[in-house]
Design a protein around this ligand. Structure first.
Ligand code: PDD
Length: 289
């Protein structure tokens, strides 16, 4: 099952996919990116991912290629890889430059498309649920860096995940500086109480996930009420059900927070209905253009 990469205008194997040490993506995380998966070989929600990439680029003045250009290269990489299903990472770096923070030093931006075989979290995690740990590493305030920009600078997220992993948890839950719940290290969070689902609003300081948006749509179609409301850590600890969302995980049930069971510790009915709804959506993507 091969990994193929589009870099420097051509498609190469994993071992030949190398980048200059003067690339600002390498030097500073000076890049924007998207991660998505295929279902039945077809990219899931490619249009909103490409829109977000373009918005991220605009926000930090990185020129991203036109959507149809990215689509063309992506189709070629997917065909070259020939995987049943793939993980896709689309990266645009500000390009190479003399070392220095000034973005005026940079040449032209560079597009990299990584396609590798899709590996999902173990099936057992979807069945029994994963653990979340509320960590001390907070989300970056919007005034420092807008969290809706999906930039390649992930050191804070990496530190948050380390804190969670050290306690044996699958994912970190990060708060904002006001102490309200924002998001995971690489996921959005939802809680359910008395059958009603709540997720933090964008103003809490989060990346508005594409999977988050899909789950909200699916919930609506299933007559499950979802609202965006500020969440306190106690709302999470006292929830009936919790789940996280991201493009690779889809919807992942959470049955433990900070070492304690969520309600009875079993995956609840609302979570199960939405998980099934999302899996049906993936099946639909696999069979429709
Ligand atoms: N990350 N919040 C953060 C900080 C993320 O990095 C991600 C996804 C999400 C969920 O967004 P989406 O549903 O669009 O994937 C929320 C990807 C999967 C990653 O970096 O691997």
């Amino acid at each position: 099952m091969p990994t193929k990469v589009f870099i420097d205008g051509k498609i190469v194997d994993r071992q030949d996919a190398t980048i200059s040490v003067f690339d600002r993506g390498f030097l500073y995380g000076d890049s924007v990116y998207e991660v998505l998966r295929t279902s039945g070989g077809r990219p899931v929600d490619l249009a909103p991912h490409l829109e977000r990439l373009s918005r991220s680029g605009d926000a930090v003045f990185i020129t991203t290629p036109a959507s149809d250009v990215i689509r063309r290269h992506l189709a070629a990489v997917l065909a070259a890889a020939g995987n049943e299903d793939s993980y896709i990472r689309i990266v645009v770096t500000r390009g190479s430059s003399e070392i220095g923070l000034d973005m005026g030093l940079a040449g032209t931006s560079s597009l990299i498309v990584i396609v590798k075989p899709l590996t999902l979290p173990p099936a057992e995690l979807y069945h029994s649920g994963a653990e979340l740990r509320i960590v001390g590493v907070q989300v970056t305030p919007k005034v420092a860096m807008d969290p809706s920009v999906k930039s390649g600078n992930y050191l804070s997220n990496i530190m948050a995940l380390r804190e969670a992993k050290q306690q044996g948890a699958h994912e970190a839950l990060r708060l904002n500086k006001e102490g309200f719940v924002a998001e995971g290290a690489s996921s959005n969070v939802f809680v359910s109480r008395k059958g009603k689902v709540v997720t933090p609003p964008k103003s809490a300081g989060l990346l508005p996930g594409i999977t988050r948006m899909r789950i909200m749509q699916i919930a609506k179609s299933l007559n499950i009420e979802v609202t965006e409301q500020p969440l306190h850590p106690d709302d999470v600890r006292g929830a009936d059900e919790i789940f996280i969302t991201s493009s690779i995980r889809g919807l992942l049930p959470i049955t433990k927070v900070d070492g304690s069971l969520v309600a009875d510790g079993k995956v609840g009915t609302v979570t199960r209905a939405l998980l099934e709804g999302y899996n049906n959506y993936l099946k639909l993507v696999a069979t429709h253009d």
